[in-house]
Design a protein around this ligand. Structure first.
Ligand SMILES: Cc1ncc(COP(=O)(O)O)c(C=O)c1O
Length: 332
């Protein structure tokens, strides 16, 4: 198949069986095969084109947003193709690879200190909002609070998975950052079959999991740290919480046993699946979101740690230049 633009190659990612011993079938949605390397290509393009159609984003305009990395990468790629200036505000927690990728597309990057709360005036989200107010002819997709983010997944990703499984999907697992993926796909799937079970994966240390007393965690992209309409709890049957250590152990297992080199949020999703898979029957068809690739995190050393928990790895590697685990950070 050929496309007139790289943007046409976003979506239609493969669904691949994970040969894990279990009742039922486990299928991984390989979103890291999108042109920008993550599921965020879909929502970023949808939000940009929605703004273009609404006349909010005009030729020669500037795209500005806060991002844990992948949304920023997607906007930077889209901006390069469509001719927009792009400014991405990130937290120091971002991997070196993701930071360099945003810059490689020609976008400008502002790095903020991690803050405990997203509405802190020093937070990356707040800084992006201020810039969007100051810079004329700019548009902030505002992925954390704009429900168009969720609609993207409801209208594109949900139907794609439904069709790829011929309507046989029974369980869906996705990490929750903005909540757009799990809520958008969840909405669509529940509209087709209300019996489908939808699981959102969260960090044990997030704002939500700790009842407002978040602790540092190294997962990037997921963790429910604020309240927003984007995350629709009505279509989520269960939030499964996972630790950094469980997620990183899952990453290593998937790379070494199954040849799937995925990022930490996907490790978290797999760790969540492991906690729930005993409820599956032979007719279960579980789809798990692998949202980005492990290549974007190699400098973090997650894959180098042998048989240890990440907590141990933290203290073991603090003095090593090769491995840079982040310091305290609770924003995504
Ligand atoms: C790698 C990765 N996984 C999962 C997510 C969570 O997706 P959502 O924001 O739709 O909840 C993100 C969000 O940035 C991400 O970058």
């Amino acid at each position: 198949m050929s496309y007139p633009s790289l943007l046409g190659a976003i979506g239609n990612t493969p669904l691949v069986a994970v040969p894990l011993q279990s009742e039922g079938t486990i299928l991984a949605k390989l979103e890291y095969l999108n042109p920008g390397g993550s599921v965020k290509d879909r929502s970023a393009l949808y939000m940009v084109e929605h703004a273009e159609k609404a006349g909010i984003l005009k030729p020669g305009g500037t795209l500005i947003d806060a991002s844990s990395g992948n949304h920023g990468i997607a906007l930077a790629m889209i901006g390069a193709i469509k001719g927009y200036r792009v400014i991405i505000v990130v937290s120091e927690k971002i991997s070196k690879e993701k930071l360099q990728t945003i810059k490689a597309y020609g976008a400008e990057v502002i790095v903020c200190k991690p803050t405990e709360f997203i509405d802190d005036p020093q937070s990356y989200h707040f800084v992006a909002q201020r810039l969007a107010q100051e810079i004329p002819n700019s548009f902030m997709p505002n992925q954390y609070y704009n429900v168009v983010n969720r609609e993207a997944h409801q209208s594109l990703l949900g139907p794609e998975m439904w069709n790829q499984t011929n309507g046989t999907i029974t369980h869906f697992f996705a990490g929750a950052g903005t909540g757009g993926t799990v809520s958008g796909v969840g909405r669509y799937l529940k509209s087709k079959n209300p019996n489908i079970k939808v699981y959102g994966i969260d960090s044990v240390n997030s704002f939500r999991s700790t009842n407002g007393h978040p602790k540092p965690y190294s997962l990037e992209g997921i963790g429910i740290d604020f309240t927003s309409e984007v995350l629709d709890y009505n279509v989520i049957d269960k939030i499964v919480t996972v630790s950094d250590a469980e997620s990183i152990d899952a990453l290593k297992l998937l790379a070494k046993e199954f040849g799937m080199l995925i990022g930490p949020s996907s490790g978290a999703v797999f760790a969540g699946l492991l906690k729930e898979k005993d409820t599956f029957t032979k007719d279960s068809v579980a789809v798990i979101m692998f949202s980005d690739s492990g290549r974007a995190y190699l400098s973090k050393g997650f894959y180098d740690v042998q048989g240890e928990t990440v907590a141990q790895a933290y203290s073991n590697t603090m003095s090593s230049e090769a491995v840079q685990f982040d310091g305290p950070a609770t924003t995504k």
